[in-house]
Design a protein around this ligand. Structure first.
Ligand code: XIL
Length: 564
């Protein structure tokens, strides 16, 4: 198809998609077409009744290869900065629309929907606003909302009317508007926006409201109360500035609860940032998490679309604001597609998939650093067809019976459980969760007894090591003495190396060393450690990096031992 015809075809698709959106609620999402390699993200999203867009910013518009992808791949645009207060009303009463107009014009040429961002926000607010007397600020805010929304009337499909009104705990952010106008500033801003542009969909937008949490619940309560007061609000924007590994497992549930209020929901500023540098594993995990976000939106009819906060790492805001982090977007700095692009594409192009596949069981679970009140747990990662969202650490009291209850929900593969009673036996397990809420089966069970508050541990470990001359090899020797009045029948001794040591060969015990933690188990011929001072010894050869420090903590069948 000649390039000149392309915008018209895109516009027609978009109109069709918007018609579906406008019919709100009662309309089934169009069935997915077969995946086509050539289909753009915007085309596939439109076929599902949604948009897939990108933020952009005026300085980037002179980058021709960038603009070409922006115009062809996405069916929605948000100006990253040029409609904010400092851009549109830099001095009181003097409005400037040139940069915002440039973005709108580009979007119109490409047949793209425009989200306006943003009318009332505490940030990127010119200093003069802080000098407006309290008695004049409501009129000043209304004038700003009215003038900007009137200027863009008919050209902006959605407005982020108020941005970021909440603190993390769900209380109101003490912006100048909150302080001088009070709680009602939000309702007043929405009323002014509706009066200025009756056709734009009006949104409340915030960050860290993607999952069900205190902040999103405050947002939920506020929009319900605005609805009850008859305030014109049409949607909520979940910004979606996500840290890799922290895509909330409750995202779809959260979108659904807002949709159930009769609101549209948009994911307005999606990026998934990682600690730099990128590597293949992080890219793969990022792809999984982008896919999970797209699937969560696809699963809820009233989730109208997703915007990435620019589409390329070349123009991402992340490295400048979060030092050491970045690579958050589906295209790299050279405008090459990353695994995240394919994941987004395939999710949009695929059929309506409900993920019912649970992650694999995590494990092996191991305990270390057992004290009188705490234990460090670590385990091997689970895998999942979409992505592991996190783990549940489960604990039961006593050597048998009792109920396993969740004591922690870490995103990664380790957890420290504190607040334990001294000289008490506990059992631990861990299971994995994915973003759709599927749970894996549980790992192996680790049983341990916390150290006595004052009493003597019932076992003692003597550890020796000697390095081989010149190289990085060494020989270790371990003697375990049973100081209790009961013989041990069957023993497992566990310790963790801190110097990169790896056991290569062991005698008088068998060993397992998935990472830094070593598990040594009796042979068939030496399972017993006699009572009242009986002992067993075993040895091993290994390698080390650096200085080969001795391990400092050992557990015998889960009970911490003294050393020396
Ligand atoms: C960011 C822009 O991308 C940057 O260019 C600018 O310097 C700061 O603001 N939440 C929002 C966006 O609502 O407006 C912010 O955009 C990112 C966080």
């Amino acid at each position: 198809m000649p390039a000149t015809h392309r915008p018209r075809r895109r516009a027609a698709l978009l109109v069709a998609a918007l018609a579906v959106l406008a019919a709100a609620g009662a309309v089934a999402v169009a069935p997915a077409p077969p995946a086509q390699a050539a289909g753009t993200l915007g085309d596939h999203a439109a076929a599902r009744g949604k948009y897939f867009g990108s933020a952009t910013d005026n300085p980037e518009l002179s980058d021709a290869p960038y603009v070409a992808i922006l115009g062809s791949e996405f069916n929605q645009i948000t100006p990253g900065n040029s409609m904010k207060w400092d851009a549109t009303e830099p001095t009181r009463g003097n409005f400037s629309f040139t940069p915002g107009d440039a973005v709108v014009r580009l979007a119109q040429q490409n047949g793209q929907l425009v989200r306006g961002h943003t009318l009332v926000w505490h940030s990127q607010l010119p200093a003069w606003v802080n000098g407006v007397p309290a008695a004049e600020l409501l009129a000043t805010m209304r004038n700003h909302v009215t003038t900007v929304a009137t200027h863009y009337r008919g050209q902006v499909a959605h407005w982020d009317v108020v941005n970021e009104p909440f603190n993390e705990d769900g209380t109101r952010r003490q912006s100048v508007f909150q302080q001088r106008i009070g709680d009602s500033y939000i309702a007043e801003a929405f009323r002014a926006a509706r009066a200025a542009d009756p056709t734009a969909k009006l949104y409340l937008n915030d960050f860290n409201v993607e999952g069900v949490n205190a902040k999103s619940t405050a947002m939920f309560n506020l929009v319900q109360s605005l609805q009850q007061q008859g305030v014109p609000i049409d949607g909520v924007g979940l910004q979606g500035h996500i840290i890799l590994g922290q895509t909330p497992s409750t995202l779809q549930q959260n979108i659904q609860r807002f949709a159930n209020l009769g609101l549209d929901v948009a994911i307005t500023e999606l990026d998934i940032r990682m600690n730099l540098p990128r590597d293949a594993a992080k890219d793969a995990q990022q792809a999984n998490e982008y896919r999970a976000v797209v699937n969560a939106c696809l699963a809820v009819t009233r989730c109208v679309g997703i915007t990435v906060w620019d589409y390329t790492d070349k123009y991402s805001w992340i490295p400048g604001v979060f030092p050491g982090q970045g690579a958050a977007l589906p295209y790299d700095e050279n405008l090459n597609r990353k695994p995240a692009y394919s994941a987004i594409h395939d999710a949009l192009a695929g059929g309506t998939t409900v993920d019912t596949t649970p992650p694999s069981a995590p494990g092996p679970l191991a305990a270390s650093g057992i004290t009188a009140g705490s234990v460090n747990l670590s385990w091997g990662a689970s895998t999942d067809n979409v992505g592991v969202a996190g783990y549940d650490v489960l604990r039961a009291a006593g050597p048998t019976g009792g109920t396993f209850a969740v004591v922690g929900t870490p995103a990664g593969t380790s957890f420290t459980n504190t607040g334990l009673a001294s000289d008490t036996t506990y059992r631990f397990q861990v299971r994995a969760r994915d973003a759709a809420g599927n749970q894996s089966t549980v790992s192996n069970t680790v049983m341990l007894t916390t150290q006595g508050g004052t009493g003597n541990p019932s076992c003692r470990v003597t550890y020796t090591s000697s390095n081989w001359g010149g190289g990085n090899g060494f020989t270790g020797g371990v003697t375990v003495t049973n100081a209790s009045a009961t013989a041990v029948n069957g023993w497992v001794l566990v310790w963790t190396f801190s110097g990169g040591q790896r056991v290569s060969q062991m005698w008088n015990a068998s060993f397992d060393q998935p990472a830094s933690t070593v598990t040594a188990t009796n042979m068939s011929y030496n399972p017993t450690i006699g009572a009242n001072g009986g002992s067993v010894s075993f040895g091993f050869n290994g390698t080390f990096t650096g200085t080969n420090p001795n391990p400092t903590a050992f557990t015998l069948n889960g009970t911490a031992c003294s050393t020396g």
